[in-house]
Design a binder for this molecule. Sequence first.
Ligand code: B1M
Length: 229
Amino acid sequence: ELPAVQAVPAAGTGAASLKETEARGLRRAVVKGLCREAGSLALAALEEGKDGLELVKNEIIPALDEVGQGFEEKRIFLPQLMMAAEAAAAAFGVIRAASEQGRGHTPPRGKIILATVKGDVHDIGKNIVRLLLENYGFQVLDLGKNVEPETVVETARSEEATLVGLSALMTTTVPAMEETVKRIHDQLPRVKVMVGGAVLTPEYAAAIGADHYSPDAMGAVRYAEEVLG
Ligand code: B1M
């Protein structure tokens, strides 16, 4: 019997969210689903010297939490949720491009396969994990979202990777994560699997056989350092 997965944390009271939304800036642009504005505000913030990862943490993630809560409470509908996600992706794209430019050409510390599991198209969190892993010098092979378990196994085999990272955001896709973990361990016993995503808990991650659970992207970096040095 598996332990219950956790409820996705709420972003605070409705009133507080509304107050935050009224604030100007990148967070508001993402909440409102304004792609161009989100991209140019992210660029302006970077040009002012703000740190890209701080922008992700303090502006983009809170904005997504806010729309997520609105969606749950049926104040926000799917098209708005999609627009907010696109605006977040636009801002994230600018941050990622700047980060790539800033990175030198030092040899990678080790190879990591990353994927959002089958049935799940939520990839913003995975993309943040990728950005951070790359910033810490790891080579990441990102298989994208909605990835079949066998594709993950085959890639880990052909690339001779020793670490795989999986992301799942929905209660309905955690079983696909479990299947992927199981196949990796059955076929490639030396490969370690780390997992993350808003619905997971350390207990659940252990119950589905994952070697490591990270609540955030930095946890993934720490574990990669442990496994790959
Ligand atoms: Co959807 N969605 N969504 N959605 N969406 C959630 C997840 C939901 C909680 C919203 C809600 O109802 N409150 C809910 C799931 C409920 C559940 O199962 N408990 C939900 C639903 C139901 C759905 C649909 C079914 C809606 C529908 O169609 N009726 C549909 C599903 C489609 C599918 O996947 N098959 C759907 C669609 C979408 C959009 C396409 C519109 C969009 C995704 C766009 C995209 O990703 N490209 C979207 C969004 C944006 C969300 C919310 C609002 C935000 C998710 C997000 O990006 N958060 C979300 C509500 C919420 O979470 N507040 C919601 C920010 C991101 C940085 O956090 O991904 O948790 P997260 O990543 C964190 C950590 O978890 C960790 O590090 C990251 C950085 O700190 N982490 C890892 C993540 N992966 C890791 C891996 C690691 C280590 C750490 O190691 C490998």
